[in-house]
Design a protein around this ligand. Structure first.
Ligand SMILES: [Zn+2]
Length: 56
Protein backbone atom coordinates (compact mmCIF):
# COMPACT_ATOMS: atom_id res chain seq x y z
CA UNK A 1 0.00 0.00 0.00
CA UNK A 2 1.37 3.37 -0.94
CA UNK A 3 1.64 6.14 1.54
CA UNK A 4 0.60 9.66 0.78
CA UNK A 5 3.70 11.77 0.75
CA UNK A 6 3.46 14.81 2.94
CA UNK A 7 5.09 18.06 2.08
CA UNK A 8 6.62 19.43 5.27
CA UNK A 9 6.94 22.89 3.83
CA UNK A 10 3.23 23.51 3.72
CA UNK A 11 2.87 24.38 7.38
CA UNK A 12 3.41 28.07 6.76
CA UNK A 13 0.62 30.23 8.07
CA UNK A 14 -0.99 27.61 10.24
CA UNK A 15 1.82 27.70 12.73
CA UNK A 16 1.53 29.82 15.83
CA UNK A 17 4.77 31.42 16.83
CA UNK A 18 5.44 32.87 20.23
CA UNK A 19 7.92 35.58 21.06
CA UNK A 20 10.31 35.30 23.97
CA UNK A 21 7.98 37.66 25.87
CA UNK A 22 5.05 35.30 25.34
CA UNK A 23 3.33 37.45 22.73
CA UNK A 24 2.15 36.14 19.45
CA UNK A 25 4.43 36.68 16.47
CA UNK A 26 2.80 37.79 13.29
CA UNK A 27 4.66 37.24 10.04
CA UNK A 28 3.96 39.63 7.24
CA UNK A 29 5.22 39.53 3.71
CA UNK A 30 6.03 42.91 2.22
CA UNK A 31 7.45 44.04 -1.07
CA UNK A 32 10.60 46.08 -0.73
CA UNK A 33 12.39 47.35 -3.83
CA UNK A 34 10.66 44.71 -5.89
CA UNK A 35 11.68 41.92 -3.57
CA UNK A 36 9.44 39.97 -1.30
CA UNK A 37 10.60 40.14 2.27
CA UNK A 38 9.14 38.74 5.42
CA UNK A 39 8.78 40.73 8.58
CA UNK A 40 8.06 39.17 11.92
CA UNK A 41 6.37 41.42 14.45
CA UNK A 42 5.45 40.58 18.02
CA UNK A 43 1.93 41.71 18.81
CA UNK A 44 2.85 42.23 22.45
CA UNK A 45 6.26 43.89 22.71
CA UNK A 46 6.36 45.14 19.10
CA UNK A 47 9.74 43.60 18.57
CA UNK A 48 10.52 43.09 14.91
CA UNK A 49 12.80 40.78 13.02
CA UNK A 50 13.39 39.51 9.56
CA UNK A 51 12.41 36.04 10.58
CA UNK A 52 10.19 34.68 13.36
CA UNK A 53 13.24 32.94 14.79
CA UNK A 54 14.78 36.30 15.58
CA UNK A 55 12.12 36.89 18.20
CA UNK A 56 12.43 33.62 20.04
ZN1 LIG B 1 7.46 39.95 22.23
Amino acid sequence: MGKVSKNAKVNRGAQKLLCSCGGEIQVKAVFENGKLKTHAVCSKCKKTGRRPKDLF
